[in-house]
Design a protein around this ligand. Sequence first.
Ligand code: NAD
Length: 497
Amino acid sequence: MSNATLDWHQRAKELQLRNRLWIDGGFIDSSNGKTFSDYSPIDGRLLTEVAAGGRQDIDLAVKAARRSFEAGVWSRIPAQQRKAVLLRWADLIREHAEELALLETLDVGKPIGESLRVDVASAASCIQWYGEAIDKIYGEVGPSRTQALSLVEREPLGVIGAVVPWNYPLIISAWKLAPALAAGNSVVLKPAEQSPLSALLLGELAEIAGLPAGVLNVVPGLGPEAGAALGLHPDVVKIAFTGSNKTGRFFLKYAAESNMKQVSLELGGKSPQIVFNDLYDLDATIASISAGIYYNQGQTCNAGSLLLMQRNIADAILDGVVDAAKALHPTNPLDPDCQLGAIVSEEQLKTILSYIEQGKADGGDIVVGGQRVLEETGGTYLLPTVLDQVETSMSIYQEEIFGPVLSCVRFDTEEEALSLASATKYGLAAGIWTTDLKRAHRVSQQLRAGTVWVNTFDASDITVPFGGYKASGSGRDKSLHAFEGYTQLKTTWFDLS
Ligand code: NAD
């Protein structure tokens, strides 16, 4: 059945919600019986009470992971066997695509069409890609002295703790799980409390695909409890974290206070779109700038939330971006033609609205949007918002709003554009719009950002690394480079004299 003809509203009512901890190949309640409430931002209804993992549950999951790692049931089997399981897992995700997409949309309010076409599809292809890659990665023989043979091999680390946010629950989980598992590690995944549902099904599907019990455990729970317990656990050798800067700092502290585990951080962003006055296509540029900020309701780490426009083209760009915002209305995310869904929670909506208020108080001009809508539904919806007359000193310039809010600034010269683009603590991504490719390359080289898009925005696939400079973090997800983060180098020196 096509996306358009499926009755997603009806399907949502019939959906089975897994709400217990997935540990050692089975669903169990939390050891102290605690739960947390999982609400849908679509209409504010309680979806389910989810078992809240605590310190004891994390300990149970880490023990299961460590047992499986040391037994070698996954860590020491041939790469070809791990590949077969990962490929089967990717197939199962595709077979359960509608169910996974519904879970994602119910939990976080993203449009059902996007959940299906982007989130589920990308998670499956990420797992497939690492599955296909794992038996094509070779070790090295060092150019060491004669009468010696030096082998340099990559070995799995052990038990990985993966802690992920709510904005792309399936995709970001897959970015961590696929390379970690392909490399032979065991994992404890802690999904965000706003979005535990798809991760629990993901865990169960992995087991059906043939992943041995204990190799992947999924423990929902509150950040300061389950997240902290994982960060502090002495048997976890690495934390792969994606989330806010504030929580990233906690994980560095947990590591220092426990076993000095490795910590990779994928953090926030405030990505500038730099638009010069020599464009290939004004309309296409405007469409891309709009998608770059409004996709996923602006709740994207690399959202292009700062629009820097060369002065003599600024009015045309701004008019187009405002028209695009006016044409985009939030609707029920379960409607197949929904393009703008709900903000993930009341709390997040309030945060965004308070940034908008502060922006106004600081002298920013709200050109369009700025209001909550559809409140009668019980859901959390916000109009796409554009603020003009923004200055670098304002919080709406400096801070990650994580909502559909675009802050606009004008510039005259390339130097000024570069200085504006570098004026925040973040360095996740940036966009450059110009027909002058020499300039594009020159500007890209000077931008302290992990990804720079030229004449496009947010274009990507699994083959390239993704991660931040500066306060946007230190780790890299995706591509073969991600393997490096889940392995350690072992040198074996044979004396042949
Ligand atoms: P968050 O930091 O609040 O939560 C992320 C995870 O950390 C959740 O699982 C949460 O339960 C856990 N956590 C929260 N407090 C904790 C604590 N005290 N100890 C241990 N764990 C804790 O972030 P969020 O609001 O879920 O996600 C939004 C943030 O994620 C934004 O800043 C966004 O930019 C960032 N993000 C970054 C990327 C990237 O690749 N760079 C991708 C997506 C999102």
